[in-house]
Design a protein around this ligand. Structure first.
Ligand code: SF4
Ligand code: SF4
Ligand code: FES
Length: 349
């Protein structure tokens, strides 16, 4: 539904009495965040139900696909739902602070943009466009710009941008790379020491898994269960990402560079991605990384794309076992023993 079909309405927070207008081009979520009210957020597009908020009165125009009819009599999703008119009274606690709450969005650095249109094509929310008034790289006319109100912060554009012109305000490129290196080299020192000191043939294999929000719980639970198995010959590290489509080829390379023997991306089943196509884009990148591994003299079996149904522990366990088995045949990565620390690692694109 386009914003031209929206009407202005107001919201009142019952705990404070604060009343705010929600213009046609803004969501309830935007207005709450701007005024310091924090609501849990995930998909930003009405599909997950994370932002459900109890309302006490009002004629709500439910626009999500997450809530059941019975839930809708009590809750609304503030990321997409609106009011037909008048006022909606929300049952929210007072804000923790008077500062606006930061929500994830993408930002373009115009002087680095080559106006390739990748971000425009990858953004399924229509948040990215080329502004001909901006000056791009080398003085070219036109550069990309992101509409902060429409942006869901999925990061698909940042992963697809060939020049690194797009940065996320949360889950930045450097923070993701830093997490990869920290997990592989620092945060589990006893395990890393075990890997470093073990005989190559005996060393536990190190598997890094990038998990999208929907697959995150299942991934952590399967990895926790693995770590409790005394006989296990695998150590897992999980990198949480806002969407599997946020994972770019450089991040996958850094996972290997920093010592992973194998890498898996856990994203939703085709057609189930909260951000529509993130899981399909990353599948292509995983294939490219498999080719890159071949080209480097490493084995393509070390990387795997897992399309997971959240809660399907068995399938993930089987996929992890299969990946470990194939990696075991390849042996520990030759990059592992020379893995650099986060401070030594180059994070430039
Ligand atoms: S972060 Fe996602 S929603 Fe925002 S501009 Fe990029 S692709 Fe579009
Ligand atoms: S993908 Fe990057 S370089 Fe291409 S238009 Fe968007 S911001 Fe510019
Ligand atoms: S964050 Fe609102 S429905 Fe997902």
């Amino acid at each position: 539904m386009s914003t031209s079909e929206n009407t202005t309405f107001s919201i009142r927070v019952s705990s404070t009495g604060d009343t705010f207008e929600v213009p046609a081009n803004r969501t309830i979520l935007h207005v709450l965040y701007e005024n310091g009210y924090e609501v849990p957020l995930d998909c930003s597009n009405g599909r997950c139900g994370t932002c459900r908020t109890r309302y006490l009165s009002g004629e709500v125009d439910h626009r999500d696909t997450a809530l059941s009819e019975s839930e809708r009599s009590e809750f609304l999703t503030v990321c997409v739902s609106r009011a037909h008119a008048g006022e909606v009274v929300l049952d929210l606690p007072p804000p923790q602070s008077t500062q606006p709450v930061e929500r994830p969005i993408a930002v373009v650095e115009a002087p680095v943009c080559v106006a390739c249109l990748n971000c425009v094509r990858f953004c399924t929310f229509g948040a990215a466009r080329i502004d001909n008034a901006l000056i791009g790289v080398g003085g070219i006319q036109g550069a990309a710009v992101i509409d902060a109100d429409t942006c869901t912060g999925c990061g698909l554009c940042a992963a697809a941008c060939p020049t690194g012109a797009i940065e996320m305000n949360i889950s930045t490129h450097d923070s993701v790379i830093g997490t990869i290196h920290t997990l592989n080299t620092e945060s589990v020192p006893e395990l890393n020491t075990e890997v470093a000191e073990a005989d190559v043939a005996e060393a536990p294999l190190s598997v890094m898994i990038f998990a999208c929000p929907q697959c995150r719980d299942t991934t952590h639970e399967v990895c926790d269960a693995k770590s409790e198995q005394v006989s296990t010959h695998v150590q897992t590290r999980v990198v949480d990402v806002p969407c599997s489509g946020r994972v770019d080829t450089l991040q996958l390379m850094h996972a290997f560079e920093s010592g992973a023997d194998a890498v898996m991306v856990a994203g939703c089943q085709p057609g189930e991605c909260f951000f529509n196509t993130g899981n399909l884009h990353v599948t292509q990148r995983v294939k490219r990384i498999a080719d890159w591994l071949d080209g480097c003299g490493l084995e393509r079996d070390r990387v795997h794309m897992m399309h997971l149904t959240p809660g399907d522990h068995d399938s993930l366990t089987n996929a992890l076992d299969e990946l470990t088995k194939k990696t075991g045949i390849c042996g520990p990565s030759p990059l592992r023993r020379t893995a650099s620390s986060p401070t030594q690692a180059s994070t430039s694109r």
